[in-house]
Design a protein around this ligand. Structure first.
Ligand code: UDP
Length: 240
């Protein structure tokens, strides 16, 4: 048997697919760029890559709930938003000759395969990129937590959290507000929780802690960074 390949889950927010330069909720050139980096990195590093994409560029459950909507309904809208992003990503990855399967946690047979753990693993073993859509299929959760759950389920070695807002890792304080904030190269789960450092939501962090799943937080937007993060280079911050 050949040695196991590294298996990584990359979490990216829906907003990474949008663009400040245009009003589009999905900027095709942005999706292309990210997909190209992913496809190249997967091939060159010869690893198994799954992606959890968010939906925040289209809808967030809390937005509707804040305006008086039923929370579960609003969250379902958010999950459907992630499916739109997942399809955009699949399309772009396949433009770059990277076979890709979208696995949805909400059944929609005409559009995507259902999420079945063993099937996800099989796709990865065959060199396909798996895009997880619809989070984990439950309201009241985020795609950060869904990414952590799926990473544990498929026994990934690492969860890579790509940021898009200009903050390239975990800082001692919010670097946009505090000029003295410094970036950690490495930080423990305990410190993230006790200092309330904004990495991922608390549910995702505690889940990763309980399951010994390290997280690499990095700037998704920097050219070449996806490859660096997936390749295990010390960019951004490692939480473990
Ligand atoms: N969502 C959900 N359950 C899940 C994953 C996502 O209800 O398992 C909903 C939730 O309303 C969330 C929205 O989908 O606000 C979009 O996901 P998220 O906010 O995580 O996207 P991101 O901020 O990463 O783009």
């Amino acid at each position: 048997m050949s040695p196991a390949k590294r298996r990584i889950v990359l979490k990216m927010s829906g907003e990474a697919l949008a663009s400040s330069a245009s009003d589009e909720t999905i900027d095709a050139s942005m999706v292309e760029r990210i997909a190209l980096e992913m496809a190249r990195a997967r091939e060159e590093l010869d690893l198994e890559l799954a992606v959890m994409v968010g939906g925040g560029n289209i809808w967030r459950g809390t937005t509707g709930a804040g305006a008086g909507m039923d929370r579960a309904t609003s969250d379902t809208m958010g999950m459907l938003a992630t499916v739109i992003n997942a399809l955009a990503l699949q399309d772009a990855l396949e433009h770059h000759d990277q076979p890709t399967r979208v696995l949805s946690a909400v059944q929609m047979a005409e559009v995507a395969e259902p999420y079945i753990r063993r099937r996800a693993i099989r796709h990865l073993e065959k060199g396909r990129v798996v895009v997880f859509a619809a989070g984990m299929g439950n309201p009241y959760f985020t795609t950060d937590t869904s990414a952590a759950l799926r990473a544990a389920e498929i026994e990934a070695d690492l969860l890579c959290k790509g940021t898009h807002g200009g903050v390239d890792g975990v800082y001692t304080a919010d670097p946009r507000k505090d000029p003295n904030a410094t970036r950690y190269h490495e930080v423990s789960f305990m410190e993230v929780v006790s200092r309330d450092l904004r990495v991922m939501d608390l549910t995702a962090i505690t889940f990763c802690k309980d399951n010994g799943l390290p997280i690499r937080v990095f700037d998704l937007m920097g050219p070449g960074n996806i490859r660096r993060a997936l390749g295990g280079e010390p960019i951004g911050t490692l939480v473990r």
